[in-house]
Design a protein around this ligand. Structure first.
Ligand code: NDP
Ligand code: HEM
Length: 490
């Protein structure tokens, strides 16, 4: 190589004299405090981390695009969905949930499916999972659920006992736990799984008509899963198997893709639908609300810098664009607070100015200053209202997405029940009508193995009697047999 590489500089850009040697008094003398470059290097080194996400720590990330493949303007006025063929740049962060950065990718876990669409009307973030449902339906229980999955405060170990204690005392978790313990709890790769919004959102068209919607991103690579044994064997072979697979596929131009299909419920259907459509522990059966094609997402570019683009990526469930909004799903409403709060804690109040988080359109508002702010609007007025040409919100043009709420007392209570709002109906359907006999057998095996790892007898009994037997009596009996519990436990 004939070309000289650039000379190393300090962070202020001044050339430095050595990458290898500290400034010392002679060859045997002490290191000097005046070695400003050494001090800068060590001080920067100990500040290399930002706090981890509270969960969904380990992830892969990739850039790509979303292309509209069908006319959906009858349901939404979102500009990025306005025309067949329209492409929007995007970023995806696909994560596991419970473990830390060094955790094994293939261990049984739910996987996050967080998407950022850089639209001309601002960033739209769709933060879902690879499962269509979730463990709890009220944000009040969310931290407790996550605590039950984390390392325990005394041993520093994860505890199956805590997990089954929480799950069996929270019957609404049965549907998600059935999915998690089934084949889809151990996807072969991140490319071989679907993504779902799980939550229900609102779409609104140009005429102001509203619809309740669920997003389904269907893998075009096909669903493929590891068996439990394969997934555990891979832990010994490659802790980073999923991350490596996604990176290598994109690097060899084998770009993974997903079809976006939506379930769309007319606004008026919600009160009388047989399931509460806003309860995230339920799906909308396909025969009630068939999937409607919308578009296709392709991931075609690996990140250049993992920290800057994947770790510091900040998704926010409250990042909607006109034509898309929240619904009465309580989890969505709780999540609309938590994500930006987490970004402000992890990377600071100006996290949205980082390149991976920055919208492609211009930002105009009255937020100012704060640590690490570099984007500004010059001498724009810093208060509203003002007489000097500062940005002005137009309520005729943009309205907050809304719905009608009946006049009611403020209270803490469960959702108003719908006819079929039973926690066990849908997991029972999954077990009996969707899973094949070999899948059922693997489900039983996985549950029995998981319940055998340090779970107290009384919790095993509760898992049989108050949980799996209610999902399905045959499933309960098979789990009881596997655990060596007598028929009285069922
Ligand atoms: P369908 O027969 O129309 O749908 C069943 C769906 O189950 C499939 O389309 C597939 O979802 C998914 N599936 C297949 N194998 C598994 C598995 N091992 N673990 C988890 N999901 C699997 O029936 P319904 O719509 O009436 O739903 C029946 C049950 O299927 C539900 O109670 C729910 O447990 C499950 N399901 C339903 C979904 C929905 O949105 N309606 C979505 C996913 C699961 P996909 O096509 O998304 O791959
Ligand atoms: C990450 C809170 C429910 C999917 C996070 C983070 C917080 C959080 C604080 C870290 C954000 C960050 O620092 O970047 C909550 C709360 C919930 C909830 C309070 C319930 C009320 C859910 C549900 C889903 C979900 C139901 C899926 C449907 C994710 C994903 C990430 C995440 C995928 C990782 C995002 C990324 O890749 O950066 N959540 N969450 N969460 N959550 Fe949730």
């Amino acid at each position: 190589m004939s070309e000289q590489p650039p000379n190393t500089t300090s962070d202020a850009g001044a050339p430095v004299a050595s990458d290898e040697y500290s400034l010392t008094v002679g060859a045997a003398g002490p290191v000097l405090l005046q070695d400003a470059y050494l001090i800068e290097k060590l001080a920067h080194f100990v500040r290399e981390r930002v706090p981890d996400r509270v969960y969904h720590v380990k992830a892969s990330g990739a850039f790509g695009y979303f292309e509209v493949t069908a006319d959906v303007t009858q349901w939404t006025k979102a500009a990025f969905l306005s025309e067949v063929g329209k492409r929007t740049p995007m970023f995806a962060r696909i994560s596991s949930v419970a473990g830390e950065e060094g955790y094994a990718d293939t261990l049984r876990d739910v996987h996050g499916f967080a998407l950022k669409f850089y639209t001309e009307e601002g960033n739209y973030d769709m933060v879902g999972n690879n499962t269509p449902v979730f463990f709890v339906r009220d944000p009040m229980k969310f931290p407790d659920f996550i605590h039950s999955q984390e390392r325990m405060s005394d041993t520093g170990l994860r505890s199956n006992n805590a997990q089954w204690d929480f799950w069996t005392l929270s019957p609404e978790s049965a549907h998600q736990v059935t999915v998690l313990m089934g084949d889809r709890g151990t996807p072969r790769t991140l490319r071989n799984m679907n993504g779902y919004s799980s939550d229900t959102y609102m779409w609104e068209n140009a005429a102001g008509e509203k619809f309740w919607v669920k997003y389904h991103f269907k893998t075009e690579q096909g669903i493929e899963n590891f068996t439990d044994a394969e997934a555990r064997a891979m832990v010994a072979e490659d802790l980073d198997y999923h991350r490596r697979d996604l990176w290598e596929a994109i690097a060899r131009n084998d770009h993974p893709s997903w079809r976006l299909e939506m379930q769309i419920m007319p606004y008026e259907d919600a009160p009388n639908y047989r399931f509460n459509p806003f309860d995230i522990t339920k799906v909308w059966p396909h025969k009630d609300y068939p999937l409607i094609p919308v578009g296709r997402m392709v991931l075609d570019r690996n990140p250049e810098n993992f920290f800057a683009q994947v770790v510091q990526a900040g998704f926010d469930v409250a990042n909607f664009v006109p034509g898309i909004g929240p619904s009465p799903d309580r989890m969505v409403l709780g999540r609309m607070f938590a994500y930006a709060d987490s970004q402000r804690y992890r990377t600071g109040p100006n996290y949205a100015q980082l390149p991976v988080n920055k919208p492609i359109n211009e930002v105009h508002n009255y937020n100012k200053d704060g640590p690490m702010r570099y984007h500004h609007n010059g001498n724009q007025p810093v208060y509203a209202p003002n007489s000097y040409g500062g940005p002005r919100a137009d309520p005729q043009r943009y309205r907050d997405p809304s719905w009608f709420v009946e006049s009611a007392e403020i209270m803490r209570t469960a959702y108003v029940p719908h006819k079929d709002d039973d926690d066990f109906i849908q997991p029972g359907t999954l077990y009996r009508e969707v899973m094949s006999p070999p899948e059922q057998a693997r489900l039983v095996e996985n549950i029995v193995w998981h319940l055998s790892q340090g779970v107290e007898r009384n919790i095993q009994e509760r898992a049989v009697k108050d949980y799996w037997s209610k999902v399905d009596p045959d499933l309960g009996a098979r789990v009881a047999d596997g655990l060596g519990l007598g028929s009285s436990a069922r």
